[in-house]
Design a protein around this ligand. Structure first.
Ligand code: PGA
Length: 252
């Protein structure tokens, strides 16, 4: 089994949370991470309004700043949208695309997610492409089919090992406190690794596959040692520096 060629990544998805005063939380993350082994990559994805300030604040700390979504076009008449180029310009080095909240609340399709991942790449950002099954799909035994289809439909051509991260986030585990068993996580991650290596060769063998969905300090160590889990995408628990750092420590 090809191990990830890259370091573990723990990324915090702040979703629609955070004001200017949240600079203090980022400051605590920076202070706390300075005492870690440095084997794990850290990323914070704040709301777009904070990217520029956070990128300035985090410069030199080794903590990367990412966006949570981008438009597929570089510029134009798209009121309220933000392009990958704008995120890059503000100081982001990555962007999450295809998060289940975008797929359900904004009806984003695999084709749109693919175009967004392509846009991220065009702008020089790493794309964190999210996929995951619903509760009904899991209960119907369709998890691996759904993941395969989403992966096929959401990844653009031309991805390299340096610009792609896949995040497996079961929809039913996001924000619910529920998590799959470690066996279920392993089954999904091993299948995704196989599919990635088959379709993308070396790039697919090296791209980290993060697990996301109710990762907390109490379950992080167990989840992060599952085969082919290359890190975590953390929502709720990333909002508190102490919890986020405890998860990073588990990956370290
Ligand atoms: P959660 O969110 O950790 O709050 O479940 C994960 C995510 O949505 O990325």
């Amino acid at each position: 089994m090809a191990a990830s060629l890259r370091r573990p990544l723990v990324a915090g998805n702040w979703k629609m949370n955070g004001l200017k005063a949240s600079a203090a939380e980022l400051g605590s993350i920076m202070t706390g991470s300075a005492g870690l082994s440095g084997k794990t990559d850290l990323m914070v994805c704040p709301p777009a309004t904070l990217i520029s300030a956070f990128a300035g604040q985090a410069r030199g700390s080794g903590i990367a700043i990412g966006g949570q979504d981008c438009h597929a076009e570089a510029a134009g008449a798209f009121t309220g949208d933000i392009s990958a180029e704008m995120l890059k310009d503000a100081g982001a080095s990555a962007v999450i695309v295809g998060h289940s909240e975008r797929r359900t609340l904004h009806q984003e399709t695999d084709a749109e997610v693919q175009a967004k991942a392509q846009a991220a790449w065009r702008a020089g950002l790493m794309a964190i492409v999210c996929i995951g099954e619903t509760r009904a799909e899991r209960e119907a035994g369709k998890t691996l089919d759904v993941l395969g289809r989403q992966l096929d439909g959401s990844l653009p051509n031309g991805i390299t090992a340096a610009n792609l991260v896949v995040a497996y986030e079961p929809v039913w585990a996001i924000g619910t406190g529920l998590t799959p068993t470690t066996l279920q996580i392993e089954e999904a991650h091993v299948a995704l690794r196989r599919a990635l290596a088959e379709s993308l060769g070396e790039a697919g063998a090296g791209a980290p596959i993060l697990y996301g969905g109710s990762v907390k300090p109490g379950n992080a160590a167990e989840i992060l040692k599952v085969r082919e889990v290359g890190g975590a995408l953390v929502g709720g628990a990333s909002l508190k520096a102490q919890d986020f750092l405890a998860i990073v420590r588990a990956a370290d």
